[in-house]
Design a protein around this ligand. Structure first.
Ligand SMILES: Cc1ncc(C[n+]2csc(CCOP(=O)(O)OP(=O)(O)O)c2C)c(N)n1
Ligand SMILES: [Mg+2]
Length: 890
């Protein structure tokens, strides 16, 4: 091999310059596309010659849009600055006042302070409202920035000073303002709850995808509406924030824009003190196929970058880490000169005509309206991919000594007199030294240029945002005809409630009125639940249609993807599927269309996996059906500890507006689903459903008379005992385990001469909530005739003891015990599941017929109705092993 010549430093520099000049020539003569082609060819050539090029998804640490490509800023710079200052002041005042009156009430100043320009450019130039039949944008405001959003609504005349005064005091006269975006608490204002970090970004992605789904299915006309998601840089550490970004690029969601406020800080300190969050995020989003727009430096840096012919300034920008950037803010101009520019003498020369004060004032990109405008403009015009704007800002911008860029900044909520004066003067708010101590709200007169400008801008952008407007029409509940088949039972054939559910869904999908509104959602579990026939029937949604021939094309139930497909097959992402559920279940408000989602999942991977999204769904008054399949700790045999769910109903119990049901029979399921559609879409009640379905096959009985009301309310007597015995018991069963109570009923009558009535309990949650509410009403109305809870109404006069048994934790049935006329013993499946047969599991958890019989005898013996001898013998006859391990402790 030839010896490689060692060139001198000068020769190397000369060579570099020649290459750069050649490139510059090509750029000037043939344009950027030719440069791209050349670099690509060079890259390929080097690769083929065995030169390993280090992988980087990063561009230099400078703005993505060069100065020369910036569009002309169409706004009034000065007036917009004044409006922004007023919003800043009122947002700060709201938090400071709230904490003066009530120390400890909390609130955040610094998040909005860093994001003000990012929002104001949106409000004045981009965010579209819903007036004049505009479809409007969907904007996910960062939760902690809410004071700024309220302060703007105050200037717009949408919120009065009293409301601002009652920020975080929602129970005061005239109402207050919720801490964060909560549609439930401010239903005319907020649309999207974002404060639990990570949920906003993932919901926004699926919202944007759902908008395209509605367009592709012809349910909504195409529009240029955008979904904007504002998030913190610290928030991007949440797995939900970045976990679905590749879906957004795969689906070419050019209707989606993320704006990440990179103030380099989170709550405790720097987000990436030792690195650069903007560069890290750039690589991740670029790698996922997004359009990335970095807004790092403000306009004051343009001339420096221009003058920097050697590229040294860019090199220095690339070198610094976020911990240093943060320090520059806290220390000021002289420090920046010494530590940033001072590293290279040439850079010091570059700023020799700048005073320290000048250096101190040089803005970051996210505080420069023209840079932010340029970024948004490019974002809304980008086709075929989503855009992320990475804007570098300062946390607590404008707070000065009170906490600009400090590690304590996030939690700063009090400003002393000097700090208030400083803030006032910095932003030119016309409040006197005397008044400033009280941090009064300030709104210029209605006919002031500021108010006129701001209102006009919003008018031109189709009205105010955020604003939640419900425009949907009610829909008619499907006729009983569809459900009759299920009321009849299966007439000898065996079926599981899962099979029944799929059949109901299939029939609903064929319904002329509501069929098209149904959105079946599955996270790669359709076959598990026997739903694969739907693939062919209604198609799987794919924005690209089906570009390949599926391997099972010859079969009847082939895997059919289609542009107008109806099923959302999300792949293995319960969080994504739940976000789709939310987008569909709130389409009645976001689009005025009553979509009816049925999200079917493994019940174990529901509430406990994505409980926070389920909570957010309730905040948003989402509608629809969550169907927990393969449910029940002992009904799902074999799968073991991580699969067997015996507590999703306990988790569902904690969300007030969730209607949770654990049905046993086909007719129960049919009644519940029909009632659900009736309540949610005809009566427009504020709730969504959680229904568990099981995979045990048995004959589905016909519906007894007059039980519909009981099914819906939560319990009814299913089968009185044939026995005429005076010894009475009541067995409460749910789901598949109801069959065990029926077996126990027979044994009790035949072998022990006990008359045990079997009740079907479809919803402990309903019964419990109703009883609590009635109990409270009675307490509040001691002079009025006292009411009975539903459970009391149906059990009054029932004799004997009560035994409850379900495939769920005992706490569900324990919750209703005090309203029953006899003592309740609860059997359930609290404990860890394990791999076994159904029979062995039910024995282990003590929820099978023999344990029900024995427990009944024991409870009766305690009341002196069964003697000890009988009990002892029963234990032997029933083969109950008293030494067996306790399921709760195993
Ligand atoms: C899931 C979740 N965990 C924790 C919090 C508490 N929290 C509120 S703000 C915050 C820091 C936010 O930092 P960043 O995302 O960078 O936003 P910034 O305020 O800097 O704009 C934390 C940890 C939360 N709201 N949600
Ligand atoms: Mg931050």
């Amino acid at each position: 091999m030839d010896e490689i010549k060692k060139e001198s430093q000068e020769e190397l520099e000369l060579e570099t310059r020649e290459w750069l000049e050649s490139l510059e020539y090509v750029l000037q003569s043939s344009g950027p596309e030719r440069v791209q082609q050349l670099l690509h060819d060079l890259d390929t050539y080097a690769h083929e010659a065995g030169v390993e090029l280090p992988f980087t998804a990063n561009t230099p640490y400078i703005n993505s849009i060069p100065k020369k490509n910036e569009p002309k800023f169409p706004g009034g710079r000065e007036i917009e600055r004044r409006i922004k200052s007023l919003v800043r002041w009122n947002a700060m005042a709201m938090v400071v006042r709230a904490n003066k009156l009530d120390p400890g009430i909390g609130g955040h100043i610094s998040t909005y302070a860093s994001a003000a320009t990012l929002y104001e450019i949106g409000f004045n130039h981009f965010f579209k409202g819903k007036d004049n039949n505009s479809q409007g944008d969907q904007i996910y405001f960062q939760g902690h920035a809410s004071p700024g959003i309220y302060a703007r609504a105050y200037l717009e005349g949408r919120l009065d000073a009293n409301k601002l005064h009652n920020f975080r005091h929602e129970l005061q006269d005239g109402g207050g303002l919720s801490s964060y975006p909560h549609p439930r608490l401010m239903p005319d204002f907020w649309e999207f709850p974002t404060v639990s970090m990570g949920l906003g970004p993932i919901m926004a992605i699926y919202q944007a995808r759902f908008n395209k789904y509605l367009e592709n299915r012809g349910l909504k006309s195409p529009s240029d509406s955008k979904v904007w998601a504002f998030l913190g840089d610290g928030e991007t550490d949440e797995p939900e924030s970045l976990g679905a970004i590749s879906l957004a690029s795969r689906e070419k969601l050019d209707n989606l824009i993320f704006v990440i406020n990179c103030n380099l800080q989170r709550l405790d300190g720097p987000v990436r003190g030792n690195a650069k969050i903007i560069q890290e995020l750039e690589a991740q989003f670029k790698g996922a196929g997004w359009n990335v727009i970095k807004v790092v430096w403000g306009s004051d840096w343009d001339s420096l970058l221009e003058a920097d012919k050697s590229g040294l300034l860019t090199k220095r920008m690339n070198e610094i880490i976020d911990g240093e950037s943060q320090k520059y803010i806290v220390e000021g101009g002289a420090y920046v000169r010494e530590h940033f520019f001072g590293k290279y003498p040439e850079l010091l020369e570059l700023v020799e005509h700048h005073t320290d004060e000048d250096l101190n004032r040089m803005k970051r990109g996210g505080h420069d309206p023209e840079k932010v405008y340029a970024a948004y403009k490019q974002a809304v015009q980008t086709k075929d991919r989503p855009t992320v704007v990475l804007a570098k800002t300062v946390k607590g911008y404008g707070l000065g000594e009170a906490g600009e860029g400090k590690n304590i900044t996030h939690s700063q909520k009090k400003l002393n007199e000097e700090e208030l004066k400083h803030f006032r003067s910095r932003f030119g708010i016309p409040i006197s030294d005397e008044d400033v101590v009280e941090a009064p709200f300030y709104r210029p007169a209605e006919d002031s240029p500021e108010i006129i400008y701001l209102k006009k801008r919003r008018q031109e952008l189709s009205g105010y945002v955020p604003k939640r407007v419900v425009k949907n029409q009610k829909i008619k509940t499907p006729s009983e005809e569809i459900f009759k088949e299920f009321y009849k039972g299966t007439e000898g054939r065996e079926a599981s409630t899962t099979m029944v559910y799929v059949r109901i869904l299939t029939k609903l999908l064929k319904d002329k009125e509501i069929g098209k509104l149904i959105v079946p959602i599955v996270p790669d579990e359709a076959r598990t639940f026997g739903m694969e026939a739907l693939f062919r029937q209604i198609g799987i949604y794919s924005s690209r249609g089906q570009l390949y021939e599926p391997v099972d094309r010859d079969s009847l139930l082939y895997y059919k993807e289609a542009k107008n497909g109806q099923i959302l097959e999300e792949g293995i992402t319960e969080a994504g599927a739940m976000s789709s559920f939310i987008a569909a279940g709130t389409a009645y408000v976001t689009h005025g269309i009553n979509m009816i989602p049925f999200f079917t999942f493994y019940s174990m991977f529901g509430f406990q996996r994505i409980g926070d999204l389920a909570w957010a769904a309730a905040d948003m008054q989402c509608k629809g059906f969550l169907i927990g399949g393969t449910a029940g700790r002992t009904t799902l045999a074999g799968e073991g500890l991580q699969h067997q769910d015996g507590h999703s109903h306990v988790l569902a119990h904690s969300i007030p507006t969730v209607k949770a049901y654990d049905p046993a029979f086909a007719y129960e399921l049919a009644v519940i689903i029909r009632d659900g559609i009736h309540r949610m879409y005809e009566l427009q009640e504020d709730c969504y459903y959680y229904i568990t379905v099981m995979n045990e096959n048995y004959e589905m009985p016909p519906m007894p008379k007059d039980v519909k009301d009981g099914i819906i309310k939560g319990m009814y007597k299913y089968k009185p005992s044939d026995s005429k015995s005076k010894i009475k018991a009541n067995l409460l069963g749910s789901g598949s385990i109801l069959n065990e109570t029926l077996k126990a009923q027979e044994i009790l009558a035949k072998d022990y001469d006990i008359s045990a009535d079997v009740w079907s309990v479809t919803s402990y949650k309903n019964i419990h909530y109703d009883a609590l509410d009635v109990e409270r009403w009675n307490r509040m109305n001691p002079d009025k005739e006292q009411k009975k809870a539903y459970v009391q109404e149906v059990t009054t006069g029932e004799e004997g003891i009560f035994i409850s048994v379900s495939d769920y934790s005992q706490i569900l049935s324990d919750s209703i015990s005090k309203w029953l006329p006899g003592k309740l013993t609860t059997l359930g499946t609290l404990g860890f599941g394990r791999s076994e047969s159904r029979e062995a599991l039910r024995d282990f958890f003590e929820v099978d017929a023999k344990h029900i019989v024995y427990t009944t005898l024991y409870a009766l013996s305690e009341e002196g109705k069964v003697n000890k001898e009988t009990l002892k013998k029963a234990m032997k006859d029933l083969k109950i092993d008293p030494k067996k391990s306790s399921p709760i402790k195993s």
